[in-house]
Design a protein around this ligand. Structure first.
Ligand code: NDP
Length: 453
């Protein structure tokens, strides 16, 4: 090891220790920080200014972390209390921007890992947006419409004090779709007494939303995968694809993959997975999940050739060319990675945030499996959110084809940036290193320009 790389390693180790001490028991946050730090040694070797400016210690500390009480009344008139969060992580390149997650597992660690990832993802899109994230440990499953609405209103009663079209712009994530965004926006508007459409993205088309926002993360993931395959002289046509989850990201990843000729044979929800060797019928999945809000196992009642297996992890046993984890963090571990490789997988595309464990990632890299990291591959959602903000501020709506073409071009740009960064730092084709370095440099340079603030 050269002297400069030893110095860089010592710096990284020291800051990582600080992260562990300052954020005890936040294992998801530690994991996200570690994943980025691993990639940065070559930058610090080449440009010591980032160490001299102590960028790492500054970047891992959120500018602001808000935690608040959310009291609400259920249908039986019981008073319930949940906890809400918003992390405003980094505003070096624009207003904080990032989704809102409602899930029973949400805590400070989950919100901080998501917010931290969001900083670099947003930078990669080339749009002027900083990094943020929020949510609550509220579980929307089995709740009535009225309960969801009252919860969203109470959540917004506090959140409204901290957000705004030029300050912090939330969107959806797990458990927060079109219905929840509508209730959140409605309450914000009522509290402010003015129509600030750009305060939240993922809105309905009839009140300021953008066409293609609903499809953007899933479609963007497939455009990114398409670029990777093109570089191998291949395409999606005829590839067998497995997609975990059956929510927003999964559904539209399946849709675009099918449009491009892929054969999608499996998807899941948190209870189990379905396998349909004839190809998943997406209309059925959409009706079950988006309209009826039922479990994915209902699918096999209508498609009797398909099978349902309880336990969502088993989905990675289905042989495929392309695996797209699109549910949640750490859903794909080392054992599943080995099974996928054994069954001949060619490419992994992360639609969810941090879906692969660090050991799973190492296994894929060591076995030369093409790997699209979440930060780059799922950036299409926030990219179109930024286009929604642009439409809101100019009070116009763009047509579907225009937004989709911009999405595709942004995903191609992100792929090129990642490839170039991976080449410059001696790891051609390693998109993990490429994404981390390209994202980091954009934010770090903006931070340095703005002084110690
Ligand atoms: P949805 O709530 O629409 O769908 C989530 C899907 O994952 C559902 O099928 C759900 O099953 C399943 N799931 C959720 N939690 C778990 C869990 N703990 N274990 C197993 N399965 C689970 O969310 P999205 O599609 O919006 O988000 C999916 C992932 O993509 C998340 O990691 C999110 O952060 C990321 N992402 C989302 C973006 C967006 O634009 N929506 C943008 C970028 C990233 P069930 O229905 O049973 O709960």
């Amino acid at each position: 090891m050269s002297q400069s790389s030893e110095r860089a390693q010592r710096y990284i180790d020291r800051v990582f220790e600080t992260v562990e001490q300052r954020n005890p028991n936040e294992k998801e946050f530690h994991q996200a920080v570690k994943e980025i730090f691993h990639s940065l040694i070559p930058i610090f070797e080449k440009y010591p200014i980032y160490m001299e400016q102590n960028i790492l210690e500054r970047i891992v500390e959120p500018e602001r972390m808000i935690s608040f009480r959310i009291p609400w009344v259920d249908d039986e008139e019981n008073i319930r209390v949940n906890r809400g969060f918003r992390v405003q992580f980094n505003s070096a390149i624009g207003p904080y921007k990032g989704g809102t997650r409602f899930h029973s597992t949400v805590n400070a660690s989950i919100i901080k890992f998501l917010g931290f990832e969001q900083i670099f993802k947003n930078a990669l899109t080339g749009q002027p947006i900083g990094g943020g994230k929020g949510g609550s440990d509220f579980d929307p499953k089995e709740k009535s419409n009225g309960e969801i609405m009252r919860f969203c209103q109470s959540f917004m009663n506090e959140l409204a004090k901290h957000i705004g079209p030029n300050t912090d712009v939330p969107a959806g994530d797990i458990g927060v779709g079109a219905r929840e965004i509508g209730y959140l926006f409605g309450q914000y508007k009522r509290l402010k007494g003015s129509y600030e459409a750009g305060v939240i993205t993922g809105k309905g088309i009839h009140y300021g939303g953008s066409l293609v926002r609903k499809e953007a993360t899933g479609y963007g993931l497939i455009y990114f995968v398409q670029e990777m395959l093109k570089d191998q002289g291949e395409s999606l046509d005829g590839k067998t694809v497995v997609v975990s989850g059956s929510g927003n990201v999964s559904t539209y990843a399946m849709e675009k993959a099918i449009q491009l000729g892929a054969h999608v044979v499996g998807c899941s929800d948190s209870s189990g997975y379905i396998y349909d060797k004839n190809g998943i019928q997406l209309d059925t999945v959409k009706r079950i999940k988006e309209v009826e809000r039922k479990r994915i196992k209902e699918y096999v009642k209508e498609h009797t050739n398909a099978t349902y297996t309880p336990g969502f992890e088993g989905i990675w046993n289905i042989p495929c060319d392309i695996a797209l984890p699109c549910s949640t963090q750490n859903e794909l571990d080392e054992k599943s990675a080995k099974t996928l490789i054994h069954n001949g997988v060619q490419l992994i595309g992360e639609g969810a945030n941090m879906p692969s464990t660090l050991r799973a990632i190492t296994t894929f890299v060591e076995n030369n499996i093409l790997f699209a990291p979440a930060k780059a591959a799922n950036a299409g959602g926030v990219a179109v959110s930024s286009l929604e903000m642009a439409q809101n501020s100019s009070k116009i709506s763009w047509e579907f084809d225009k937004v989709e073409a911009q999405l595709q071009s942004i995903m191609q740009g992100i792929y090129q940036d990642c490839i170039e960064a991976s080449e410059e730092y001696g790891k051609r084709g390693n998109l993990i290193i490429g994404a981390n370095i390209a994202g980091f440099l954009k934010v770090a340079d903006a931070m340095i320009s703005q002084g110690v603030i």
